[in-house]
Design a protein around this ligand. Structure first.
Ligand code: CA
Ligand code: CA
Length: 145
């Protein structure tokens, strides 16, 4: 499995996109998913780079979250913008990470991503509740590297 397309079936991609839609009904935060085979760089650095490449700093409240997954490296990073960092505790993403890890451990790749998205949406709700004038500021499509 080297091609990113091989990681998810079209049906699984749809499920992930619909999870993003559901999660974004809980929060004004924007969630995106980036999947690639592997990275030579440190995964956190790479996630930050992808965050910028996708122009994810372009939200009104600086509350976008990137779920970055390097499949062959068995690594993932949850990177939230400064608007989130400024108001949450350091361990804020632990529940989201745990939700993902449990599925990944069992080889349920798609399910792990979906669980992470939904958990992130729930966690963000407390600090960034959905509002009536909410806009879908960032695409819900999966980004592939
Ligand atoms: Ca939104
Ligand atoms: Ca969105």
């Amino acid at each position: 499995m080297n091609k990113v397309e091989a990681f998810l079936t079209p049906a699984e991609e749809k499920e992930i996109i619909s999870a993003i839609r559901i999660a974004e009904k809980n929060t004004s935060g924007e969630i995106r998913v980036h999947i690639e085979a592997s990275s030579e760089k440190d995964h956190y650095e790479r996630a930050l780079e992808v965050f910028h490449l996708l122009k994810m700093f372009n939200t009104k409240d600086a509350n976008a979250v990137l779920i970055y997954v390097a499949v062959n490296d068995h690594k993932f990073v949850i990177y939230g913008d400064n608007g989130i960092h400024n108001v949450v505790a350091k361990d804020f993403w632990d529940t989201t990470k745990d939700a993902m890890q449990n599925h990944f451990k069992n080889g349920n790749f798609k399910q792990g991503i979906v669980a992470g998205i939904l958990k992130a949406g729930e966690e963000l709700k407390a600090h960034f509740p959905w509002q009536i004038d909410d806009e879908d500021e960032l695409s819900n499509e999966i980004s592939k590297g």
